[in-house]
Design a protein around this ligand. Sequence first.
Ligand code: SF4
Length: 408
Amino acid sequence: MTPENEIKSAHELRKIATEYYQNLDKASKDPRKNIAWCSSVGPAELLLAFDYNVYYPENHTAILGASRSANKYIPVAVAQGYSPEICSYLTSDIGAYIKKETGLKRAYGIEKVPKPDILIYNTNQCRDVQDWFKYYAKEFQVPILGINSPTFIDELSNTHVKTVEEQIKKISETLEKITDQSFERKKLELRLQLSLECSNKWNSVLETASSIPSPLTFFDGCIHMLPAVVLRGTEIAVEYYDKLEQELKLRIENGIAAVVEESFRCFWEGMPIWGKLRALSNQFSELKTCIVASTYCNSWIFSDFNPQEPFRSMAKAYTELFINRSESSKEKYLKKMMDKFSVDGMIYHNARTCPNNSNTNYGMPKRLQNQTGIPSLQIDADLNDLNVYSEEQTKTNIEAFIEQLAGI
Ligand code: SF4
């Protein structure tokens, strides 16, 4: 992206991110405030309804990945007995903690991650979050609560939703005891309303990429998704996406493309490669290819939130995530996305340490290619562990793939 076509709201985003982390830092020093650590698709709205300041370790570890410092920390966790083959978010984050370092220092001038009063996870994304959070529960000697979600779901059933709904209600009862505070339905309704608005706006932002040329790329999405992850349930996120959507719509009106002379449009399936976002963004731009959409950025769209049915709708929205679905359900979704975003090619990131969010191992790319005629490329890499990434090989493979698209 050149300075002329860069997204101006990025400045505002930087301010929002800094304030979010500074507020957490202040809260961690204030004995009247409580801090909850929550997995990225955990029940954040419930925690906000109990007045917790919510911190998301996944965002912290993505900062370690993006700053390319994760590989300094992964061996530290490995020395504690964690396999280098498991989630590199987990190993980077725990390694940094053991070394008493944080990505927040360089990014926001903050010395330490905020100490938790409680940890809450949901296995809707994987079991790794459970092991990750258990480490910290032991370390900080604080309570840990979890939702064990059904996985590989084909069609979401009433039984699936009910199982999760009951667990969320139980967590609410436990939070009443821990905080000595009664559950207030109105507070949860408000948080869900704000999360729903955030989610709808975020969806509108991502959908602007269906325009040809697209005003944003997947790589922009990875940066601008921060409020949807860490500030859903607040006005800040809603206001931010409102402005961002307006900016992107204006770009469409004025014909400002994220990729100058956009000639090819691809879809990114799987996790980002955080330490290579800029390099990949530049390479695709040079090849006049816009990565228009992804399953990753769309994972924070929760259209089923309904303040009138807070527990049930949270259970539904947090269980029907893409990552949690059967192969056939994922394929249906991907076909819809390929069509909606007028995609010429599919890029599948096979992330070495996240098989949960990699869909290359059971024949999906080939099946979808046969059904749609849209070619695909597999990139073997990782979200944080750059030791398993071959820059030259990936570069060459991408070039060859775009040449192939040009020849179609
Ligand atoms: S989904 Fe993947 S990257 Fe995210 S916590 Fe689980 S294993 Fe790690």
